[in-house]
Design a protein around this ligand. Structure first.
Ligand SMILES: Nc1ncnc2c1ncn2[C@@H]1O[C@H](COP(=O)(O)OP(=O)(O)O)[C@@H](O)[C@H]1O
Ligand SMILES: [Mg+2]
Length: 499
């Protein structure tokens, strides 16, 4: 794992389109072998991970790759109405099999669809499919028969005995209308109710058994799914607010009034910690969470966390669901300099059941690693999709730039930088220039031009002014001098010499 299988001699290929890109996302992460190895272990063993390193070295890539290799969730989380105390809804955990069985049951209450032509004539007429006058069939939305022009709308009921069997229908809550009618059929020597409903260009038929099942289902205590079974097990919680992280109960202007308002259980919203149940919770720049880190710690300790209304002004504040499961693997990322702002109890929790990994910022400049760099270039081009591949000579310039940056930023001799996000930007800029020039490949001149514009502004300043400090001083004194163009113009705005 983590070892790139890519093996080729750069001298044998003309451009980067000849490089295969690994299928496994973990193999696309170059240079971070140790991090990738422990990430694989963490995924298999459900351990936590703290990735420490500067921006753009592959921390998010690792977190995402982990999520792809963890098993699919097996539990669905719901909140159930509590009729005795509506402000304390229950949490309900449904297994995969139960959810599946329920779906089957629900589909068993859907009845069967038939063509209007195969329904009894009076049913097809009553529901507006068949013209009473000429017998032509059309959609019930057409109120006038397209064949003979007669109105299809039936006026008045069919006499006092016309709907006599609807007494049975009424027992099942079916009110005859143009949309749905009940009738009866003989089953053996018993009369059974049967309901016909409009369903687009079909008619839905519900027999007595189906109606009974439907009834039973509707009687169950109402519930709301807050974390569905078919969810993405990778949950990004970077920069999340308290409510996004921990869940909330929405406000209801009618305060859950039984007739006017929405019942409390319907207003419950899961937080990222609950959505990550059985999955991965990824928090980039975890130190920026500040005080919220405490809640993460509690959630990790208890593996359950209540959902309550977090705005004290809101009607949701009085609602609470206890013991909502949140058994997640935490993958957190952090800069070296922010390490001190991570809650120490949280850090020891991570280390107590997981790994802290220091990401590399560069790799030695050798043939093997240059090949990895080429793989990286090919990946960036494939991911972008809008730029052409790169000639080997141009790719060599990217490698040179990677080497220059390792020295410039991290003071590493004979190394290639792993701060690859920015290098990816350079590749894209080169690609845009190549596209603009109508070139089939990214050539050295395109990379050279991109390098000019792609320099960080501090480096441009250094080029123009000699060094950064000189630039600051010289700009400072110019603005202090009373005779600068800027000052002059502002002092004498009407001066004719500037007119
Ligand atoms: N080690 C790496 N191998 C391959 N590509 C990388 C690597 N590190 C960064 N990149 C490129 O830079 C982009 C940003 O990386 P990311 O994982 O978001 O960095 P971080 O989370 O450390 O800030 C990635 O999408 C990828 O294109
Ligand atoms: Mg990131």
């Amino acid at each position: 794992m983590g070892e790139s299988y890519i093996n080729f001699n750069p001298a044998d290929i003309p451009d980067t389109s000849f490089i295969d890109i690994p299928k496994n996302p973990l193999d696309r992460i170059i240079g971070q072998e140790e991090a990738v190895r422990y990430a694989s272990i963490a995924a298999k063993q459900r351990r936590n991970l703290l990735l420490v390193g500067p921006p753009g070295v592959g921390k998010s890539m690792i977190a995402q790759a982990i999520a792809l290799s963890i098993p699919r969730p097996r539990e669905e989380l719901r909140v159930v109405h509590n009729p005795i105390q509506p402000e304390r809804p229950f949490v309900e955990v449904k297994s995969y099999d139960e959810v599946k069985a329920e779906k089957l049951e629900a589909s068993a209450t859907e009845g069967v669809l038939i063509d209007p032509e195969s329904a009894p004539l009076h049913v097809a007429e009553r529901l507006g499919y068949r013209c009473q006058k000429c017998g032509h069939y059309s959609l019930p939305t057409e109120t006038v028969c397209p064949s003979c022009g007669a109105s299809k709308i039936q006026t008045g009921q069919a006499g006092p005995f016309g709907d006599v069997f609807n007494v049975l229908g009424a027992a099942f809550g079916v009110q005859n209308s143009n949309e749905r009618i009940s009738s009866t059929v003989k089953v053996g020597d018993r009369e059974e109710v049967i309901v016909y409903e409009r369903a687009g260009d079909k008619i839905r038929v519900l027999d007595q058994k189906t109606l009974e099942r439907k009834r039973k289902m509707e009687k169950k205590s109402p519930s709301k799914t807050i974390v569905p079974i078919d969810r993405n097990p990778f949950v990004l919680a970077t920069g999340a607010s308290e409510t996004e992280l921990l869940g909330d109960v929405r406000h209801d202007p009618y305060g859950g009034h039984p007739q006017l308002g929405t019942l409390p259980y319907e207003r419950v919203i899961a937080g990222a910690i609950h959505e990550a149940h059985e999955g991965v919770l990824f928090i980039d720049e975890i130190s920026h969470l500040g005080d919220l880190q405490r809640y993460i710690l509690t959630a990790m300790q208890e593996k359950v966390f209540p959902i309550s209304g977090r705005n004290p002004q809101s009607a949701g504040a009085s609602v609470r669901v206890d013991n909502v499961p949140c058994d997640f693997v935490l993958v957190a990322a952090c800069n070296v300099q922010d390490l001190q702002y991570i809650l120490s109890a949280l850090r020891s929790r991570i280390v107590g059941n997981g790994y802290e990994i220091l990401m590399k910022v560069s790799i030695p400049d050798n043939q093997e690693n240059r090949i990895k760099y080429l793989q990286f270039i090919a990946q960036e081009i494939a991911n972008d999709g809008k730029i052409p591949h790169m000639s080997m000579e141009a790719a060599d310039l990217i490698i040179q730039e990677g080497k220059r940056r390792a020295k410039l930023i991290d003071n590493r001799e004979n190394a290639l930088t792993l701060r690859l996000r920015e290098l990816g930007g350079l590749i894209r800029a080169s690609g845009d220039i190549a596209v603009f020039a109508g070139s089939k490949l990214i050539e050295p001149e395109h990379v050279k031009e991109a390098l000019e514009i792609y320099l960080p502004v501090e480096e441009k300043i250094r080029k123009v002014y000699g060094n950064f400090e000189a630039a600051v001083t010289s700009e400072y004194t110019i603005s202090q001098r009373g005779d600068s163009y800027y000052q002059y113009y502002n002092r004498f705005p009407d001066d004719e010499t500037y007119g």
